[in-house]
Design a protein around this ligand. Structure first.
Ligand code: SF4
Ligand code: SF4
Ligand SMILES: [Zn+2]
Length: 146
């Protein structure tokens, strides 16, 4: 999906935030938020003030921080990689550098498929949300992160 608000040819996917976080596994996705890449008005407002989003889209004019020469820059590390280092609920942030390698190895399409599968319950195939790390439907705990 192209975003006409941005000048360069960008490939923006609702499920994938500019910082590389998989919005598809956010509890707010499709409810109060259309994904961090969307420019549509929505109930949840936090993304509009996100410095990473602003830098990626408006300053660097790229689709994903993964594509940036400075990745991972200091502000990226501060907000995502070093945040809550001992709290496993934030592992989805801590693994972003690893994810960036996968993004380049697999390509965007395969990477999205990988993320979609990764954040699904191994028992019932329903969505597993980050923070919670358990199935939103059957409640099974989320152990297999591959
Ligand atoms: S850091 Fe910014 S772009 Fe990334 S998920 Fe959070 S609000 Fe969205
Ligand atoms: S400078 Fe940092 S926040 Fe900005 S696009 Fe590059 S990695 Fe993302
Ligand atoms: Zn389940």
């Amino acid at each position: 999906m192209m975003n006409e608000n941005n000048s360069k040819d960008k490939i923006l996917i609702p499920q994938l935030a500019p910082c590389g976080i998989y919005c598809g596994a956010c509890p707010s996705f499709g409810k109060t938020c259309y994904g961090c890449s969307s420019e549509e008005n929505q109930k949840r407002t936090s993304k509009w003030s996100c410095k990473l989003r602003h830098c990626c889209y408006s300053e660097k004019k790229i689709s994903y921080c993964f594509e940036c020469d400075e990745f991972p820059c200091q502000k990226y590390k501060k907000k995502l990689i070093k945040s809550n280092p001992l709290n496993p609920k934030y592992n989805y942030r801590h693994e972003l550098i690893e994810n960036s390698k996968m993004f380049f190895n697999l390509g965007l399409e395969e990477y999205l498929l990988y993320q979609d599968k990764k954040w699904r319950c191994k028992s019932c195939n329903k969505r597993v949300y980050w923070y919670e790390y358990k199935c939103s439907s059957c409640g099974a705990s989320y152990e297999d992160k591959s």
